[in-house]
Each structure stands twice: as structure tokens, then as C-alpha cells.
Design a protein around this ligand. Structure first.
Ligand code: B12
Ligand code: SF4
Length: 204
């Protein structure tokens, strides 16, 4: 349902502003190179795709855009680590490779603790947090279970999670829902009474 919509939006943006740079990411993308190339070739509204963990590839792309003065033509010359794109000049996909997963997740700035989410809380935001990434299990139907990339579980530090929850607890409206996006909920956050903290947040 949302896949056709995302293509519609990127194509619509391109129809209004042909020079706009469009970027997509997330798991709903083929895993083998032949299908990835076909995907990009068939969806020319998407300039760049960042597959797997997105933060580092996205920063690499932003840096490339800055270096090339936001010129789509120049941006699509050469390899950008972690980024995939279709080159009409080469008539082929240019694959930036799969970057290593981020081991120390705390290096990712928190959108809550850097206050960029503040204004959204005024509009009854349902916030989401993540305490860890990855899953050691191998369910074959699952995006994370069907290969090695996600096997290792990397965690945010307990302090980071506590700070985010504290911040959210002070801002959230009573009727909001807190989403937790972990594949394995809090498996590694040992030694911390997360349940108690949630109960305290709700009752305060
Ligand atoms: C929370 C969640 C939901 C919530 C979403 C709530 C919300 N308001 O956002 C709900 C319950 C609605 C939901 C529904 C569905 N979900 Co869901 N969901 C998740 C879950 C648990 C967390 C997603 C998340 O936010 N992660 C946190 C972020 C930080 O990580 P991330 O999404 O992996 O994103 C990283 C990269 O992918 C990349 N990235 C992602 N997007 C973008 C965008 C750009 C521009 C860039 C540059 C990078 C980038 O960078 C991010 C940081 O590294 C994942 C499993 C998981 N643990 O990740 C499944 C998951 C995404 N869901 C999945 C599925 C199948 C569905 C449903 C189709 C289920 C169904 N049959 O109805 C629906 C689809 C809903 C829809 N319309 O799209 C699959 C997708 C598999 C696939 N190959 O696409 C996953 C991966 C579960 C799995 N392990 O298989 N889901
Ligand atoms: S995230 Fe859940 S469904 Fe996927 S491999 Fe792990 S345990 Fe299985």
C-alpha cells in the first residue's frame, strides 16, 4: 500500500522540480543486485537508495551533494559508500557497498535529546524509541532473520534510553502511545528496571 505511494510522491516531486534530489531507504527493497538494479531502473523518481542501516550512508550522500553543489548529474558520478543509484550514463546500477553496522549506537544523535522533536509534541506525537538493533534468531520469513547482517544485537546505552524516556515522559500527552521499535525488546538492557520507569512515567 505505501510502496506505490512513495513512488508516486518521488515522481510527483520530480515533475515539479526536476533537479530535486530524492532519497529512499528502509527494508522494503530487494536484496540481490540484479533485482536492486531493476528496482532502481524502473523507479527513476528515486535518485538514491540507502539500504540496510541508513545513518552513515545518508551522511555520505549529504556530503557528496554538498561537494557537488546539489547537482544530480555530478552527484551521480563515482561510488558513494553505502548508497545505490542508477546511472543512465553507464546504463547500470552503481553500488556503494554494504557498510558495517554501527556498533556503538550512542554515536547517533538522539532526535529527542537534541530537541528537534520538541515542536511535534505540541501536536500530540506518538513517540517511538529504540533500545537495540538486530536479532540473533533465524526466522526465514523475516527481514532480519534471513541473513547474517542483523544477527548481532547492538544496543544503545542504558543511560541514553533512560535520558530519552525521561525527556519523553516530561513532554508526552497522556493519551499518546509510546512505540518501541526493538526486534527483541530490551533483551540487553539488563540491570535496569524499565517496567518501573514506564509505570512511573504513566502515573506522573
Ligand atoms: C514499528 C514497526 C511497525 C509499526 C510502524 C509504526 C510507525 N508509526 O512507524 C507498524 C505496527 C505500523 C508496522 C506495520 C507493518 N510492518 Co513493521 N516494523 C516495525 C519495526 C518493529 C520497527 C521499524 C522501525 O521504526 N525501526 C527503527 C528504525 C530506526 O530502523 P529501520 O526502520 O530499520 O530504519 C533504518 C534503515 O532501514 C534505514 N532507513 C529506513 N527508512 C529510511 C529512509 C531513508 C530516506 C533513509 C536514508 C534510510 C532509511 O535507516 C534507518 C536507521 O538505520 C520493524 C522491525 C525492526 N525492528 O526494525 C518492522 C518491519 C519494518 N515491519 C515489517 C512489515 C512487513 C510490516 C507490515 C507490512 C506488516 C503487515 N503485514 O501489515 C506493516 C506495514 C505498514 C505500512 N503501511 O508500511 C517488516 C518489513 C520487511 C520488509 N522487507 O519490508 C519489518 C522489517 C519487520 C521484519 N523484521 O520483517 N511496523
Ligand atoms: S526479529 Fe523476530 S521474527 Fe525476525 S528473526 Fe528475530 S525473532 Fe524471528
Amino acid at each position: 500500500m505505501t510502496a506505490p505511494l512513495r513512488h508516486y510522491f518521488s515522481e510527483y516531486a520530480k515533475s515539479l522540480y526536476p533537479d530535486v534530489v530524492t532519497v529512499m531507504g528502509g527494508p522494503n527493497f530487494p536484496k540481490d543486485n540484479i533485482k536492486q538494479q531493476a528496482f532502481l531502473k524502473n523507479h527513476l523518481g528515486i535518485d538514491f537508495y540507502i539500504f540496510e542501516e541508513g545513518e552513515v550512508g545518508f551522511v555520505n550522500l549529504i556530503n557528496k551533494c554538498i561537494d557537488t553543489n546539489l547537482s544530480i548529474y555530478d552527484c551521480k558520478i563515482g561510488v558513494i559508500p553505502g548508497v545505490l543509484y542508477y546511472s543512465s550514463i553507464l546504463n547500470s546500477m552503481v553500488h556503494g557497498g554494504v557498510l558495517e553496522r554501527i556498533k556503538d549506537l550512542d554515536i547517533i544523535p538522539s532526535p529527542y535529546l537534541t530537541n528537534i522533536m520538541d515542536k511535534f509534541f505540541d501536536k500530540n506525537l506518538n513517540p517511538t524509541i529504540q533500545t537495540n538493533r538486530g536479532c540473533p534468531f533465524g526466522c526465514t520469513f523475516c527481514h532480519e532473520g534471513d541473513r547474517d547482517y542483523f544477527k548481532k544485537v547492538n544496543s544503545f546505552s542504558t543511560q541514553r534510553v533512560v535520558d530519552e524516556l525521561d525527556y519523553i515522559g516530561g513532554k508526552i500527552k497522556r493519551e499518546s502511545v509510546l512505540g518501541i521499535t526493538d526486534s527483541n525488546f530490551l533483551e540487553l538492557l539488563s540491570g535496569f528496571n524499565f517496567e518501573k520507569m514506564l509505570v512511573d512515567m504513566i502515573s506522573h
